[in-house]
Design a binder for this molecule. Sequence first.
Ligand SMILES: Cc1cc2nc3c(=O)[nH]c(=O)nc-3n(C[C@H](O)[C@H](O)[C@H](O)COP(=O)(O)OP(=O)(O)OC[C@H]3O[C@@H](n4cnc5c(N)ncnc54)[C@H](O)[C@@H]3O)c2cc1C
Length: 504
Amino acid sequence: MSSQRSDHDVVIVGGGTAGCVLAARLSKDPGTRVLLLEAGSATLPEAVAYPPAWPSLAASEAGWGDATVVQQSSGAPVPLPRGRGLGGSSAINAMVFARGHHTSYDSWSEHGAKGWTYDDLLPYFERSETATSGAPGRGTEGPLTVGPARHPNEILLSCLDGAVENGHRRALDISGGLEEGFAPVDLNIVAGRRQSAADAYLAPALERPNLDVVTGATAHRLLFDGTRCVGVEYGVDGSTRTATAAGEVVLTAGTIGSALLLQRSGVGAEDDLRQAGVDVFHRLPGVGHNLHDHPRANLVYEAQQPVPTPRNNHGEILGLLRSTEDVDGPDTQIIFIDIPLPNPVAPVQNGFSIGISPMRPISRGSLRISSADPYAAPVIDPRYFTAEQDVRVVLSGIATARRIAGSAALAGWGVKEISPGLDTVDEEALAQYVRRYFGSYCHPVGTCLLGEDEMSVVDSELRVHGLEGLRIADGSVIPSIPSNNTNATVYAIAERAADLLRRS
Ligand SMILES: Cc1cc2nc3c(=O)[nH]c(=O)nc-3n(C[C@H](O)[C@H](O)[C@H](O)COP(=O)(O)OP(=O)(O)OC[C@H]3O[C@@H](n4cnc5c(N)ncnc54)[C@H](O)[C@@H]3O)c2cc1C
């Protein structure tokens, strides 16, 4: 195989947030022939562009429809949406654009990763964005145009006032990674429409003759010549094809997709592969392990006054705070949501919600293939809330959220907590509510962790340990989840990966 001429220099697997960045950045050099393979479609539902419609997208053809196995904490499976199609999860997500708080990147070196602190990532954060806020330290020339909602929903502004009334800091730029407190967060919305990675990065590059994009192409397995990855076998329209790379194969199939592709190719923990009937090609015990996510519990409120019709992403304002004075950075996010979410107590017609999520969860789980079949559903087990500390952090956030909801700033709306309801005050009853009725915040990371130890999968330059010609550059490499939503961090990782590939 290595003696054949490859059609491409770089083959990128997965056209989501990271894949679109890499396809655009690498094909900028006309001498680099780039192939982008994406399992989903190039044409997504019209609702993708309309920000308030995002909650409907996960169940459309733009989503994979995954769910976890039954969770020990809740006794039920938890839906775990991820995007499918050009733009990937950036095409169906909630459009919050925020760097993690800088303190949360300090733990990235725990597995030995070198050069991945907040300061190291800063040039890449800046490179990805044009921040309309003009806040210090933000990018001014990047492909993504990001900024806070110009006219946030009035109910959310009252929540912000309520937070300040309760002594919380009014942050200037909660998306920049340096502040704590409450503020309108930046959004991936431009002139009222979603801006996905495909819109911002890929679309302007599509005409380049050295960039090929194949959609409807599911990568089945990686191809090796000795320990060198030389290409990818993929399925499209019922036939099986091969793509070869003269340079490198880069996995950007996401936290779920990249680990599954490694496992199907015989790269992973021996037990996981054997259980699925796959021969071990290269032993890497960390593949699929260290899976973690932000779980989120919600308080749901009814309002007497009509809540204005949502115009943006429903979650225009959020806060980052500490659950106790002992932590060295924010470990809790509180997000104000301008719709009453479905809840276990009673349907609410007119109201809003407050979401509370532990930003530095300790619970860790795993992901594995169920068989060698590339179309078989995976076994996803994040083990949400198996660490009791994660529940305690949410309980602290609930106490704060309730104080905000009870503030004078919200009194004029005629607010009443419906779920769980103010009669649920006992700490254990509240803990039960959290464990039973949380959902995923859809930020899974960590299945191909970055580092230099036994459990790490990629080294500090994103190369898969023990193999050549293979890198991973998406949310899967994140060793521990940043304190905020994850997309901005994935953009930065991909921007950095483009630099690493260009240098090699
Ligand atoms: C519903 C939802 C809401 C979210 N809200 C926010 C938010 O508001 N703010 C935020 O910061 N983050 C949010 N996130 C998370 C954020 O979007 C992700 O962290 C980020 O997009 C991950 O980027 P990625 O490149 O790692 O993976 P993805 O963007 O998921 O891209 C992976 C791509 O690979 C493709 N793929 C997978 N397997 C294969 C295969 N075998 N062959 C070929 N292609 C394959 C997929 O179809 C997909 O297009 C949300 C996510 C979801 C799902």
